[in-house]
Design a binder for this molecule. Structure first.
Ligand code: PEP
Ligand code: MG
Length: 538
């Protein structure tokens, strides 16, 4: 059976399909009679969780180094903790309840206990104990949750995936994303590009596809359910061809981003977290042009502490070994909702309380992040950029807060370096006053995803409007040129970090416009380099 959808990233995936269900956060309490059998069921699930974690540890060591992988070892040790086990077995025995309930209950109690401690290190263990408990619960409830509880990587089918759900998935177990809803410009689509895996949206998936074989053709926007032997053979050959092409691109590693007539441009990568740095290095990006720091907040159950953020930023800066890392400050709101921010429901979230508006309003959150970034600046080359700017007054306020942060760190004797300061140009207002803003900052990075949304008045999340969401619109192209010219006149360098930056049909146009930098998904670096190296401008 062939189902058509829309491709958000090319490539071929062949494998078992698994239907993802939204996690039911309420674990049901059921009465059981055989408590010993229930305890045994818990122990088996715990051992299975430890096995999974050992696998994740080994993979993470290879990808991000021992230091960053250590968390998976800590999780294994926590599962072995005797108090944790005793609490679970006690609940099962004394209350005659199912293992899922006992694990959830214990996880909540321990998490509360850790959160109440005075010591920052112990406080952070609160999220960890919840994490290990959730892992055991999803093993216990097996296929009930669907998704990726098995051992082999799957083609993940879902109605839709929110950014907060996507960050929780074990990426090593996903061959492809296929969703019913969602739009080409959603953050899940961006994540698929970062992961370099084929992804489709708008596919009419059904429950009975769970467990069946599937083929995702990310070039044709097609999902084949229960393929024939012939189809499998054809697509295996196509996949091999694709792999060969990827290998050829590998030859461009270490080469310059330079046109045939000598014009150079910086090619950086977009990331969502520490885990993406491996892909940045593997694809030989010259730096990180957009670190979407809000994913640190989305992954967390509570405001990430200054120390937790510092560790993440420092790890990225150190792993990039002196190459530029541009950290974008918190950009939540709109499609990126975080429960613990307790934000009111809004009629128009994309035009509402989001990004820099929240940061300037809730200064304590902003200052915690800026302190963490400045502390990390000592360990590499960090630049900071601010999202959703619409006015000079915002930039002035930001600079005042930065001055306060630097003063405090100096008084506390904490070392830091000066960071380049930039802003995202992603509102028409910022474009129109870019001559004024350029005098205030070191660089501009154009967020074409939001700039297209706000200029064309088209919700980037609305699949119905995907066909008219046109980043090639003459209005956008004129704006890009205007920003480059105003930026350069005011002494600021100018780049693009929205998805349009990776559109190779425009690479030559961007070079002619005079852009200094393009920041794209790690998986697109070598493709864009290939196009640059085959372009002649004169
Ligand atoms: C953009 O708007 O183009 C951008 C890069 O930011 P985000 O996609 O995270 O909103
Ligand atoms: Mg944006």
């Amino acid at each position: 059976m062939n189902l058509m959808g829309k491709s958000v990233f090319g490539g071929i995936a062949i494998g078992k399909m698994s239907v993802y269900h939204k996690k039911d956060s309420l674990v049901k309490r059921t009465k059981i009679t055989d408590t010993q059998a229930e305890i045994e069921r818990f122990k088996q699930a715990r051992d299975k969780a430890k096995e999974q974690l050992a696998g994740l540890y080994a993979k993470a060591v290879k990808e991000v180094g021992e230091l960053n992988a250590a968390i998976f070892e800590v999780h294994q040790m926590m599962l072995d903790d005797l108090d944790y086990e005793e609490s679970i077995t006690n609940i099962i025995e004394t209350q005659n309840v199912n293992a899922e309930f006992a694990v959830a209950n214990t996880g909540d109690n321990f998490a509360q206990m850790f959160a109440a401690m005075d010591n920052d290190y112990m406080k952070e263990r609160s999220a960890d104990v919840k994490d290990i408990s959730n892992r055991v619960i999803s093993i216990l409830s097996g296929a009930q949750h669907g998704g990726i509880s098995g051992d082999e990587p799957v083609i993940l089918l879902a109605d839709d995936l929110a950014p907060s759900e996507t960050v929780q998935l074990d990426k090593s177990m996903i061959l492809s994303f296929v969703t019913k809803f969602g739009s080409t410009n959603s953050h899940t689509a961006i994540l698929a590009r970062t992961m370099n895996i084929p992804a489709l949206i708008g596919v009419d998936i059904t429950e009975d596809m769970d467990g069946k074989m599937g083929i995702v053709d990310g070039f044709a926007g097609k999902l084949i359910v229960d393929p024939t032997e012939e189809e499998l053979a054809k697509y295996r050959a196509k996949k091999n061809e694709e792999d060969d092409k990827k290998r050829l691109l590998q030859e461009l590693k270490g080469k310059e981003n330079v046109t045939l007539d000598g014009r150079k441009i910086n090619l950086y990568a977009n990331i969502g977290g520490v885990g993406d740095v491996a892909a940045v290095l593997a694809n030989d990006a010259g730096g990180i042009g957009l670190f979407r720091s809000e994913f640190l907040y989305l992954e967390s159950d509570d405001y990430p502490t200054e120390d937790a953020q510092f560790t993440a930023y420092k790890t990225v800066a150190e792993n990039m070994a002196g190459k530029k890392v541009i950290i974008r400050t918190l950009d939540i709101g709109a499609d990126k909702q975080v429960d613990y921010f307790n934000m009111d429901k809004e009629e128009n979230p994309a035009m509402g309380y989001r990004a820099i508006r929240i940061c300037l309003d809730r200064k304590e959150i902003f200052k915690t992040q800026l302190r963490a970034i400045y502390r990390a600046s000592y360990y590499g080359t960090i630049s900071i950029m601010f999202p959703m700017i619409i006015s000079l007054s915002e930039v002035k306020q930001i600079k005042e807060i930065i001055a306060e942060v630097k003063k405090e760190l100096t008084e506390e004797g904490i070392p830091f370096q000066d960071c380049e300061i930039g802003i995202m140009i992603e509102t028409p207002a910022a474009v129109m006053i870019s001559d004024i803003l350029a005098k205030e900052v070191d660089f501009f990075s154009i967020g074409t995803n939001d700039l297209t949304q706000y200029t064309l008045a088209i919700d980037r999340q609305n699949p119905k409007l995907d066909s008219i969401y046109d980043s090639h619109h003459e209005a956008i192209l004129r704006m890009l040129q205007m920003v480059v010219d105003n930026g350069h006149k005011g002494g600021a360098w100018v780049g693009i970090c929205g998805e349009l930056g990776a559109d190779t049909t425009l690479t030559e146009t961007f070079l002619r416009m005079g852009f200094d930098e393009l920041s794209v998904s790690p998986s697109m670096i070598l493709k864009v380099r290939d196009v640059i190296r085959n372009t002649r401008l004169d």
